[in-house]
Design a protein around this ligand. Structure first.
Ligand code: APR
Length: 247
């Protein structure tokens, strides 16, 4: 099955990859819905919503500062680096990530669409002005010098719209994909979860890499029950060997 995928990828013009929290699991970043998932410890409504931020900005910032501290200690794993290598091999490559941990960028990938924002960026609740990544003191949350609005993490919260330009580009790239890899996502959160379905509707070969089945599994042309940090380096190594041997 892997050899068939390698052959397809060698002849692929547009390679699109969607990643979720699973690709960062081997870096030590907790996923959201796994047995150790973040949402088991916190209710999303308590923390990742504008209502929560308005009701208790201090608690929300304490949680994000904790996540930033945790993420600041982790490094990309072989799965992130393999995708950065794949970007160099593929004719056209797009990485669409639901993750806010910045690990794909740290691993060297350049073409990244961050669907859910980036935990290291801040923005004003009033005018969307962006502010740099310094941690915020939950007891003294700074306000925007332009409009006086509170500063919040620049991530997409439950019930919020994604950046229209980002999601539009993500759909466009998914429609153009010859091969669409869905890596480390439970495929339950929309609109991200609809991207692989759209790719498939536009005749892409759909590949899922996940140790567990998801709602996407039955739709996929290839399913690899594997950890991304183990599977992706093997895939890229096979691609490179085939390219160098010219076969
Ligand atoms: N390699 C590949 N996949 C893995 C690995 C691994 N080593 N470890 C876990 N997984 C898989 C799990 O089986 C699961 O299907 O990663 C997936 C993680 O799913 P979620 O925790 O639901 O994360 P994700 O799909 O990214 O969630 C989507 O939900 O809460 C929102 O904004 C949040 O971006 C997040 C979105």
């Amino acid at each position: 099955m892997l050899d068939r995928l390698v052959d397809l990828m060698l002849n692929c013009r547009n390679c699109v990859v969607l990643t979720g929290a699973g690709i960062s699991a081997e870096s030590g970043v907790p996923t959201f819905r796994g047995k150790e998932g973040l949402w088991r410890k916190f209710r999303p409504e308590e923390l990742a919503t504008m209502e929560a931020f308005v009701a208790n900005s201090k608690l929300v910032w304490e949680w994000y500062n904790w996540r930033r501290t945790l993420m600041g200690e982790v490094k990309p794993n072989p799965g992130h680096y393999a995708l950065s290598e794949l970007e160099k091999i593929a004719e056209n490559f797009t990485l669409i990530t639901q993750n806010v941990d910045g690990l794909h960028h740290m691993a060297g990938t350049e073409q990244i669409l961050e669907l859910h924002g980036n935990i290291y960026r801040n923005k004003c609740v009033g005018c969307d002005s962006q502010f740099s990544e310094e941690d915020i003191d939950p007891d003294n949350i700074p306000v925007c010098p332009k409009c006086g609005g509170k500063i919040r993490p620049d991530v997409v919260w439950f019930g919020e719209m994604l950046d229209p330009e980002v999601i539009q580009e993500a759909y466009h790239r998914s429609e153009q994909a010859d091969i669409f890899l869905s890596v480390g996502t439970s495929a339950v959160i929309h609109p991200a979860a609809s991207l692989p379905v759209v790719a498939k509707q536009y005749q892409a070969t759909l590949v899922e890499i996940n140790p567990e089945p998801t709602p996407l599994t039955d739709l996929a042309d290839f399913c690899f029950t594997a950890k991304s940090g183990e599977f992706l380096p093997e895939l890229v190594s096979r691609l490179k060997d085939t390219l160098t041997s010219g076969s």
